[in-house]
Design a protein around this ligand. Structure first.
Ligand code: FES
Length: 190
């Protein structure tokens, strides 16, 4: 176990969230060619709250530690408390202290896979959506029409500015690329 720095060794040897979430309704799977490692997050989200988050991987201790930290960060949180899932790299590094640059891809893969799980959840929500207005942000129930209005009225140039005005993008962050597309396609911009 000496191969791993102390904090990473602690998370790696005793992960609380290894396994598969029961009745998961959000799944993200990813792999890296760097080492052939695969990772899957399964989440159960009920009433806009992440009640269970688990991971499965064939990866090394660095991957296990990064995945464990991410599940700890999101478990028990409301979607609206995720703040776009920003700064996850920093949060992982702060908790583990010594995350070697040579294993940076483990951290990146873990973060990308978590985003994939929330994308999966958003897609399922959209499939169930029966409202008349096109929905963009499922975390906060914000429609495309509202976002266009916010951009036009406030001359928003960034996703952050839109989020500040109507919360869209401020949850799991899955809708942020779409908000950016709406900004880019707004003829009144720039
Ligand atoms: S869909 Fe989650 S923040 Fe918009």
């Amino acid at each position: 176990m000496k191969f791993y720095p102390a904090k990473i060794s602690k998370y790696f040897s005793n992960p609380n969230n290894a396994g598969r979430a029961k009745f998961a309704n959000a799944v993200g799977t990813n792999a890296t060619f760097v080492c052939g490692c695969a990772l899957r997050f399964t989440l159960r989200i009920e009433n806009r709250k992440i009640v269970e988050a688990k991971f499965q991987t064939n990866g090394c201790g660095f991957m296990i530690a990064a995945a464990e930290i991410l599940t700890e960060i999101i478990t028990g949180k409301e979607l609206g408390e995720l703040h776009g899932l920003e700064d996850l790299e920093t949060q992982i590094t702060e908790k583990l202290e010594e995350f070697p640059e040579s294993r940076r891809y483990c951290r990146t893969l873990a973060i990308e896979t978590l985003h994939a799980a929330f994308n999966d959840f958003r897609s399922a929500q959209l499939e169930e959506w029966s409202g008349e207005k096109a929905l963009i942000c499922t975390c906060f129930g914000v429609s495309e029409e509202t976002i266009e209005k916010v951009i036009a009225e406030n001359h928003c140039e960034t996703v952050e500015e839109v989020s500040q005005k109507c919360n869209a993008g401020n949850g799991c962050g899955s809708c942020q690329p779409l908000i950016q597309e709406i900004i880019d396609s707004n003829p009144n911009m720039l």
